[in-house]
Structure formats: C-alpha cells, structure tokens
Design a protein around this ligand. Sequence first.
Ligand SMILES: *Cc1c(COP(=O)(O)O)cnc(C)c1O
Length: 345
Amino acid sequence: MSIQHLIRPTIQALKPYSSARDEFKGEKEDLIFLDANENPFDNGINRYPDPQQTALKSVLSELKNVPVANILLGNGSDEVLDLLIRMFCEPNVDNIVILPPTYGMYEVLANINAVKTLKVNLSAEEFQPQTAKILETADANSKILFLCSPNNPTGNSFKVSTIEGLLNDFKGIVVIDEAYIDFSSDKSWVSRLQEFPNLVVTQTLSKAYGMAGIRLGMCFASSEIIATLNKIKPPYNVNTLTQKRAIEGFKNSRLFETEIGCLLEERKVLSKALEDVNFVKNIYLSDANFIMIKVDDANKRYQQLIDHGIVIRNRTSQPLCDNCLRLTVGTTKENTHLIETLKSL
Ligand SMILES: *Cc1c(COP(=O)(O)O)cnc(C)c1O
C-alpha cells in the first residue's frame, strides 16, 4: 500500500519555505550569520532554533529505537495532529473517523480545518473499536482514523488484534495516539512502523514525562509521511528552550522510571480506595494515569468536589459516559485528600 494518493494535491505540489540556516547547518563553526535579522548579541536564545531539532532527535532516536527520518516533533502533539489533518484532508471534501468517547481535540482540529468528523462509538461494555461498523461508516473521503490507545477518557487500551485489523483494512491513515503509552503494559506501535505504511504513532512529553509546560509532541511514521510533514510544519515550531529542556529530561531516565512506578502504584491504591466510596458505582480498569469512575450523579459530585477545592473532569455528556468522572492520579497526599473528601460527601 502506497500512501502517496492520500496526500492532498496542494500539499504534494507545495514548495516549502527554506531558511538560510537550514542550508548552512553543520558547516564550519565560524560562520557569520547575517541572514535572519536576529539580534547578534549572544544571550543563549538570540538565534532562531534548529528547525530540524537535530540534537534532540538524535537522543530520541536512540531512546525509541527509531531512525531520525521517521521522527517529526511538534509544539505539543496537538500540533502534530493538526499537521496530519492538514496533510491528508482536503477542506470541505475529506473526513476523519473518530471513536467516541475519546480525546476532544481530533474533532476540534477537524472543524478548524473544515474537515468533517465521522463518529463510530466504541463498544458499550469494553470500550473497544467496532471494526465492522468503522469500515462500513468510512467512505472514499475518509483519510484518517484516530485511535487513542490507551483511550482518554476511558483509560483502556485497544486490543492488538483489533488495531492490526484496522491497519490492514482501513483505506486511509491510522493514527494511534499513544499519549498514555508509558503507563500501559502494552507495547508501543512504534516498533511496527515497517509493517504498516499507513501507521502514524503520536506521543507526548505532557503526561508521563512530566513536561507539559514545554509543549513537545512526537510523531513516528514512514520517512515518506515524515518528509511531507516537515514540508508543511512551521519552520521554527519547537523553540530553543524546549529542545534543551527535553534533552535534559530524556537523559534523566531514572527520574522518569521512578515517577511512573510511583504513579502506577498510586493508581492501584486509588482504584482500591474508590471501592469504599458509597456513591461510586463502577471503577474502570485503567492503563493510563487517570481513572474513570461511574457515580450516582456526576454533575452533583463534580460540583461538590469543586466546593472542596478539588478539580476533576466531568465526562457525563460524552457518549457511553453517563455519570462518569475522570480522576487524574496525583501525589500520595493529593490522592489521600481526594479519597477522604469523597468519603465525606
Ligand atoms: C493530553 C493528550 C494529548 C495532548 O498532548 P500535548 O502534547 O500536550 O498536545 C494528546 N492526546 C491525548 C489522548 C491526550 O490525552
């Protein structure tokens, strides 16, 4: 399967902006740069950032065991998702397919780009993709299928065999949003890029890596897809401070592993403690750093928690999420306080 025909003609024909710095990077150290109208006085950030994030990508390449040619970085994974829609979906013609209840940004980004969203709910009991219905709903203009696994807000991962089936049978790009993959016991799909030319995997530094503030999203795909995304991304979309801080973060893998271990333990403790809250009707199994629960009256409990100074996410208006709340796993102290408060209501 070639994916060339899925790319918008406008994008295929596009000649990208080229910065002078792109052409001269990696040459002699003592070049004098008078090409970009920067302020010449060195303060560490007076120069434009590296548009290709070379140093950061080489660290990432080793860490994820993926060649640099298969990596694109963005200003958060939200930017990556937006670029993907703009690369494949012709406004007012093409559509994307999403599987509610899921992450809200897919539809918002599609709307911004005048791209229609087709929706096929997850199965009611297990929150798994309904393959037959998805393939039936998709049409010739369905360019991207978004799979969020582990899924936000339900917290579960999709079955490997189900995703394999969709990768094989969906006639467009399959984006697997792995924002929560580091909390899951399932393997990342990044290791299977070679097998599926239509597979795109996105990850982020905003959740497990503890760096939501720097805005860094990662995209892993075939070199063909990555090359085109590089053509359409804003040249300086990842700033200098972010590139530096991300490298520091990646090098401290011990902290990363300690924090994840801690959050997984806390997730277990929190799930168990929720069983003793009398208005909690269901605690869904989570592969992420949050837990979805069903309560007697989500709007009421949500407001009560706010009155006690605790902000959670009310998901009751989402399909299949009647009276459901989503709780992020916090520190031991925060979780203990949450449980005590819930029990006191
Ligand atoms: C939080 C979240 C993101 C956002 O990632 P950023 O890198 O912060 O833009 C993407 N996808 C899902 C499913 C998320 O929950």
